[in-house]
Write a protein that binds this ligand. Structure first.
Ligand SMILES: C[S@@+](CC[C@H](N)C(=O)[O-])C[C@H]1O[C@@H](n2cnc3c(N)ncnc32)[C@H](O)[C@@H]1O
Length: 608
């Protein structure tokens, strides 16, 4: 039976996947060039350290086109991606079919994730922040794109406290966001195991009085008794008298301090993980001899100390220096309940209600996935938290934001970071003093546009340098004009060049270029027109016409790959001619749908 099912599945080439309306419609994206606006780029007045990074990038525009634009330079180079896309809350679509809403969201996110995957380094990690509306769907799509074997973890983040809710929802209150974490390749991923600060662990309630003596002579006593003794008391009643109604909290805090002071002597009795028979025997033996420590020596390892049926764990092993202080820690889990979402409204000096994420959250993400100097990317930048944190941690960054808050929030925030005047968020913890800079880019318009007769022509907005740079990008050459040879505008390999011109190429023109070429060099010439004889004149020179050479390769003239609700077609009344629909749009004439005025695009900029 099983055999026949397997056979049937193989025959139909079925795979486990999520399907939705429009899944197969793949955008054929134009690889745009990015145009720097130096007036908006910014850098510190002086170097602060020799590790300052100046070549960070802020891109204003739709992230799908922006990610495509980054592909050529950054494919396989990004160490950490964190994105926090607009959650599909349904509010943007309340008047549309549920199925349509999901399909649109899924298509938008899938297209972007595919490009993001290409940008990740082989040891890189991607974190996608999401809420409970779409996380289950997102998991299935990410399994498909990144492969299930590269799923690392789903982290739950406590973003709210029940106290903050005014309305009683039907069902348990939502206080959790999720972060789906995938590796480009789990076998080669660079995941840095993190330890996070925790409170004093009350299990560490014993201390060794005579640690300098050999272990079998150790005398082990209660840590609380030592604390009481130091405070001239003997029991909990006196403790309550001395420390008042909050005596337990005070006692724990003092025990925590004492445990750090005596870190090498403070211990707890634990069940060893997967004990060998030798350890089990010693544990049994120690039960018969309470008060006695049994020492089990090990080759190339610290001895194991068996005591009262368990093994001794030392408090010192839990301690790490965090932000300059010796702190009890434990390994990071998949529940991040310790990151405070309240009180972040002023972080970075910009207000971005309901969307801004805590700098501490991004610090954790960046610590897990990167080393100083690595590049972090966020293509849904919002108020710029990712860039601000990456910058303060000495990482390079790329951010993309489509909304006007790119100018009103991100630029002012990053300027304060660079000037060192942003001392909020993680600044104090990382001792941030300022420095570095960023370059601001916007996406170039489409290279081709339709003329009056509907023919594709080079856009009037392109000057010669833009055209040369765009053609190099289309053809897979790195644009870098040579100072000596005007026809060497870019290279694909050491000896393969590209030259773009709007001149008419004659045989003489071609000959003059050929004379300057070495025999082992090759050249692609992109021009508006050329003399027919040029075509086969030299084996190492290819001459092509713009725009013909480009047509059909990708979609030109399309700028909006986000979903703009306002531009969705209106449903037509049965008694209305299809042709009238455009006229009725926006005039409040009878549409079956309620007004969409003021509704926001799902991947459109968010308002505060
Ligand atoms: C939830 S917010 C991100 C908040 C950010 N993590 C922070 O801490 O400030 C999502 C952002 O994605 C932006 N966005 C949505 N669609 C986009 C698109 N197609 N291209 C670029 N940015 C987009 C929105 O404008 C919004 O600022």
């Amino acid at each position: 039976m099983l055999h026949s099912i397997e056979g049937e599945v193989a025959e139909r080439k079925q795979k486990l996947e999520l399907t939705w309306i429009g899944k197969e419609n793949r955008p054929r994206l134009e690889p745009r060039i990015l145009l720097e606006d130096q007036e908006k780029s910014y850098h510190a007045a002086q170097r602060v350290t020799d590790k300052d990074i100046f070549d960070n990038r802020l891109i204003f525009g739709d992230n799908l086109l922006a990610l495509k634009a980054l592909e050529q330079e950054f494919a396989g180079k990004i160490k950490c991606i964190y994105i926090d896309p607009p959650f599909n809350t349904g509010s943007a679509f309340e008047h549309y079919d549920d199925g349509l809403e999901h399909s649109l969201w899924l298509s938008l996110i899938k297209d972007r994730l595919e490009l993001l995957k290409g940008l990740l380094r082989r040891d890189g990690l991607i974190f996608v922040h999401i809420d409970n509306n779409e996380f289950a769907y997102l998991k299935v799509i990410m399994d498909e794109i990144f492969e299930r074997s590269n799923f690392v973890q789903m982290v739950s983040v406590k973003r709210a406290s029940p106290a903050g809710f005014k309305v009683i929802n039907p069902g348990p209150l939502t206080v959790t966001d999720y972060i789906l974490l995938y590796a480009k390749n789990k076998e080669t991923m660079d995941y840095k195991p993190l330890r996070v600060p925790v409170e004093y662990d009350e299990n560490y309630d014993l201390y060794i009085e005579n640690i300098s003596e050999s272990a079998n002579l150790w005398k082990i006593s209660k840590l609380t008794e030592l604390l009481y003794h130091k405070n001239d008391i003997t029991n909990w009643r006196q403790a309550r008298e001395k420390w008042g109604s909050q005596w337990k909290a005070v006692r724990n805090s003092l025990l925590g301090d004492l445990a750090i002071d005596l870190k090498d002597q403070v211990v707890s009795v634990r069940d060893p993980h997967k004990p060998s028979q030798r350890i089990k025997d010693a544990m049994l033996e120690s039960k018969g001899e309470p008060g006695q420590v049994i020492v089990l020596e090990r080759d190339n390892n610290e001895p194991i100390y068996i005591y009262k049926g368990g093994s001794l764990a030392f408090y010192a092993d839990k301690l790490r220096v965090i932000d300059g202080e010796l702190t009890p820690t434990e390994l990071l889990t998949d529940f991040w309940g310790d990151i405070n979402f309240a009180g972040i409204a002023d972080e970075g000096g910009v207000q971005f209600k309901n969307s801004k994420k805590p700098e501490m959250l991004l610090r954790r993400v960046i610590e897990i996935a990167t080393d100083p100097g690595d590049i972090v990317l966020d293509s849904f930048a919002g108020s710029g938290t990712t860039g601000a944190v990456a910058h303060k941690m000495g990482r390079g960054w790329i951010m993309v934001e489509l909304g006007e808050h790119c100018h009103t929030h991100i630029i002012p925030r990053m300027k304060k970071v660079i000037d060192g005047t942003d001392q909020g968020g993680i600044s104090k913890a990382v001792n941030w003093k300022g420095g570095g800079g960023f370059r601001y880019f916007r996406l170039a318009p489409s290279l081709l546009e339709n003329d009056k007769r509907g023919n594709w022509v080079i856009s009037k907005e392109y000057n010669a340098a833009m055209l040369a740079s765009a053609m190099a990008k289309h053809e897979g050459f790195v644009y870098n004009p040579d100072e000596t040879f005007y026809w060497k505008q870019g290279k694909s390999t050491e000896k393969d060049y590209i030259f773009t011109t709007t001149n008419f190429i004659t045989l003489e023109y071609l000959d003059s270029i050929h004379e300057e070429m070495q025999p082992d060099e090759s050249l692609l010439i992109c021009c508006k027109s050329f003399q027919k004889a040029c075509e086969d004149r030299y084996a190492n020179i290819t001459v092509r016409k713009i725009p013909n050479m480009l047509l059909g390769r990708c979609e030109f003239g399309k700028d909006d790959y986000s979903l703009n609700i306002a531009s969705l077609p209106w449903q037509i009344d049965n008694d209305t001619e299809a042709g009238d629909a455009a006229e009725t749009r926006g005039k409040g004439k009878k549409s079956k749908k309620p007004s969409l005025k003021n509704q926001q695009g799902l991947f459109d900029k968010e308002s505060e």
